[in-house]
Design a protein around this ligand. Structure first.
Ligand code: NBP
Length: 471
């Protein structure tokens, strides 16, 4: 039996994906630049149908045709290097798949270059971390549709399954569409994390709950509208004590400097390029950046005063309002994320199917959550939906919860607890629902100093005001 698929890259993700595919009844060829890693995978799993190769030529020749090769290597130069090594051994019609966290413009470039040589190229988002790779990730493949059809049976078997049994993978669109959607997935993940972290900070430093009480609060929240993987792991994290024996909650011993690998930044940069409001992801990126300035913050905490007055509130009431503010803000974040994908779909000519995208995020991936079903339902009802906020379910939540968000944002500001995500959410809501914004004054300013002209609300055409003439 020739292997039906090969995996290049035997670091944690590639190894786990290979084992996942094997477990679905396939024979999998494996290769890694450093051969000892390949050897170790085989010796650790002697019973598995894995076919190791130690040269690229042997690896490619071992595969059933048309060949299906999945690369799980470091994104960027490593991916280009592997493609260059594989290319001389490939035949027209073979399918090369990049499962790394690749920037979508690189995927567009590689897809076009390889297409010239008759090689199909799929760039697929793979979400779910190490465990997802092993047990079933959510997958976002983009590239030639005919090429996807050649790998679809394998992808559908290896992907996570939603509660209704549907595999969390679907063809996303041509060239870079899959990696684009993975980028937005990761950006939305930044937003979800930021909003949860702000809620934790408010519960701790405004409401005054203990870490254990906050763990219980998140567990409780996880049973309702907020039901999601990230809330679930947050509750779990908050129950964990120091593994080095101090007895303190581990969260209190972890340095408050947020890391990142760039996908949130890419989402924000792309939103700026496309001219789409994307304040939630952007504020989440900034929140990580300001967290890194630990030394400056420590120094500033000694000289810059905090608010003087004390805020008063009913504890149980305010906890429920924080929950509502979190759900409301999460909805604003997804509204922005889907808005960005809508604009991108037109801009790059991808024909993205938003209901399908929400569907494959229901399981396997980091942002999996009950409420993605509501997004699927919204787009099923109206595939042309302009903004999630206009769907009845989301409109109704916004109507019910908006007062709570205002209360929480007000209390947070008065208490001096930073809430960049919550305040971006309510500002987006208020901007989006405003029939008139002060951009009229802005246009006047631009026309005043730069003769940039303006349109009028009462007549057609373009106008320039005689600012420098006496009236
Ligand atoms: P890494 O991102 O750490 O990459 C290590 C792999 O890249 C090794 O197999 C290494 O081979 C290979 N490699 C490098 Br580095 N340079 C190479 C070159 N010039 N030629 C050939 N091979 C090269 O591994 P990972 O954490 O398993 O992630 C793999 C991909 O999956 C990445 O793109 C990552 O962003 C993405 N991803 C990761 C996660 C996650 O949770 N970790 C989730 C989703 C997606 P060597 O052994 O010879 O050095």
């Amino acid at each position: 039996d020739k292997p039906q698929i090969g995996v290049v890259g035997m670091a944690v993700m590639g190894k786990n994906l290979a084992l996942n595919i094997e477990s679905r009844g396939y024979t999998v060829a494996i290769y890694n630049r450093t051969g000892s890693k390949t050897e170790k995978v085989v010796s650790d799993h002697p019973e598995k149908h894995l076919v190791p190769s130690y040269t690229i030529a042997d690896f490619v020749n071992s595969l059933e045709k048309p060949r299906r090769i999945m690369m799980m290597v470091k994104a960027g130069k490593a991916t280009d290097a592997v493609i260059a090594q594989l290319l001389p051994h490939l035949d027209k019609g073979d399918v090369l798949i990049d499962g790394g966290n690749t920037f979508f413009e690189d995927t567009m470039r590689r897809n076009a270059e390889l297409d010239n040589s008759g090689i199909n190229f799929i760039g697929t988002g793979v979400s779910g971390g190490e465990l997802g790779a092993l047990e079933g990730p959510s997958m976002m493949p983009g590239g030639q549709k005919e090429a996807y059809d050649l790998v679809a049976p394998i992808f559908e078997k290896m992907a996570a399954k939603a509660e209704d049994g549907t595999p969390c993978v679907t063809y996303i669109g041509p060239n870079g569409a899959g990696h684009y959607v993975k980028m937005i997935h990761n950006g939305i993940e930044y937003g979800d994390e930021e909003l949860i972290d702000e809620s934790y900070n408010l519960l701790r430093n405004m409401v005054g709950l203990s870490v254990d009480e906050i763990a219980d609060t998140f567990s409780e929240w996880n049973k309702g509208e907020l039901d999601s993987y990230l809330i679930e792991i947050t509750a779990d994290i908050l129950t964990r004590k120091d593994d080095l024996g101090s007895g303190k909650p581990i969260v209190d011993l972890i340095m408050d400097k947020g890391g990142n690998k760039g996908t949130g930044k890419w989402s924000s940069q792309n939103a700026l390029e496309l001219g789409v409001p994307q304040s939630l992801i952007t504020e989440s990126v900034y929140a990580r950046y300001i967290s890194v300035l630990k030394d400056e913050r420590l120094a500033a905490s000694k000289v810059l005063p905090k608010p003087e007055g004390k805020v008063s509130f009913d504890k149980d009431e305010v906890i429920e309002k924080i929950r509502q503010a979190l759900y409301f803000s999460k909805i604003m974040s997804y509204a922005q994320g889907f808005e960005q994908m809508k604009v991108a779909s037109k801009h790059y000519d991808w024909d993205l199917q938003f209901g399908e995208i929400a569907k494959i995020w229901r399981a396997g991936c980091i942002i999996r959550a009950g409420f993605l079903q509501n997004i699927t339902d919204a787009f099923d009802k109206d595939p042309e939906l302009n903004n999630l906020l206009l769907d009845d379910y989301f409109k109704d939540i916004a109507k019910k919860y908006q007062e709570s968000v205002r209360d929480i944002v007000g209390l947070a500001v008065k208490s001096g607890v930073p809430i960049p995500g919550f305040s971006a959410a309510i500002s987006y809501y208020d901007s989006y629902r405003s029939a008139v914004l002060p951009a009229n004054l802005l246009q006047a300013q631009r026309d005043y100093f730069g003769a940039h002209t303006y349109e009028r609300v009462d007549r057609e055409g373009t106008y320039h005001f005689p600012w420098y003439k006496e009236q």
